[in-house]
Design a protein around this ligand. Structure first.
Ligand code: FES
Length: 322
């Protein structure tokens, strides 16, 4: 236990026996075979690969379908905007169902309202599923695990609402109590899925602009001697504590944040084509001249820097507010 606060963190109490087993090499093929990924990991690998094939993640730019589904065209992730449709519609359906259950004969209109709301929610849920799976196909580790559970609960909710809708159609008017109850269970599933979606964004940072907290300096910052700077080569420099990539083409210099707005990938390790840089992690492409996103999954433009040369040094200053 930690002497300072009593917590269990960062305290090594490994016994000599376990220590020996940790350091011993894997000695046989049988041991290797026994180290298998959990089923969820293998399932996620396969599903991500299938999604990437369908939406064209591995194709050459501009990868318009993927960018469209990510929301790059909107300048905002598309998935969270669409999820409002099923959640709102199914919430409304639950309210209609409760009204109808209070007095089925007096409030027959509420049953019809619930049916329409359930149908609208199903259409919205299909859109949310397509855009959500697109975003999820670029995730790793714990955010991928949470995302898989998020998807499972959403698919469960969708299936329940499809059953509920069918029951509402085939049962006589005023006789769809079971359909309403199934709808309530579906609502619980989609609300738990929404909680997991919030966990991804607010705890894991999925789809959050990773340059949102980058501050600039009020004045120009010298970052590199101009002598020796090669053309068409990306240089990683630091301005006011923020990593920036610098590019020289002829007499012109361009600079944008080095941290990819999508998930924090290092743009200086990306590939350069003309004045376009492609992120090495998921292939977002940005214009070095103005930081615009040309290809998703990024949706937020890169912070841009003004560049000048003074006293033999390249100086940069962030343009615009953070
Ligand atoms: S980190 Fe995902 S595209 Fe750059």
């Amino acid at each position: 236990m930690c002497d300072t606060c009593g917590c269990q963190g960062n305290v090594s109490t490994v016994s000599s026996e376990s220590s020996a087993s940790q350091t011993s090499p894997i000695s046989s093929v049988a041991e290797l075979a026994s180290i298998r990924q959990p089923f969820a990991e293998r399932f996620s690998d396969g599903l991500q690969h299938a999604i990437q094939v369908v939406i064209g993640s591995q194709r050459k730019p501009p990868r318009r379908i993927k960018s469209l589904l990510n929301g790059t065209v909107l300048g905002h992730p598309l998935h969270p905007a669409i999820t409002d449709v099923p959640i709102g519609s199914w919430m409304l359906a639950a309210i209609f169902d409760i009204i109808w259950l209070i007095s089925p004969l007096s409030y027959a209109w509420a049953a019809r309202g619930a049916l329409i709301a359930v149908a609208v929610g199903i259409v919205g849920a299909l859109g949310a599923a397509v855009t959500g799976l697109t975003d999820w196909s670029d995730t790793y580790g714990s955010e991928r695990s949470i995302g898989l559970n998020h998807a499972i609960f959403n698919v469960t909710a969708l299936a329940l609402y499809v059953i509920s809708l069918v029951l509402r159609f085939i049962t006589a008017a005023g006789d769809s109590v079971i359909a309403a109850i199934i709808g309530f269970v579906g609502l619980a599933a989609v609300l738990y899925a929404a909680y997991l979606g919030g966990e991804m964004v607010f705890t894991k940072g999925t789809s959050v602009n990773h340059t949102a907290w980058e501050a600039g300096s009020d004045d120009y910052q010298a970052v590199l001697p101009v002598e020796g700077i090669e053309e068409n080569k990306l240089y990683r420099v630091t301005a006011a504590g923020v990593p920036v990539i610098l590019l020289r083409q002829g007499l012109q210099f361009f600079a944008i944040s080095a941290t990819c707005s999508h998930a924090g990938g290092p743009l200086d390790e990306g590939t350069l084509q003309g004045d376009i840089v492609e992120c090495p992690w998921h292939g977002s492409r940005f214009c070095m001249r103005d930081g615009r996103v040309l290809t998703g999954p990024a949706t937020a433009k890169q912070p841009r820097y003004d560049v000048r040369v003074r006293n033999g040094h390249v100086e940069v200053k962030r343009i615009g507010e953070h």
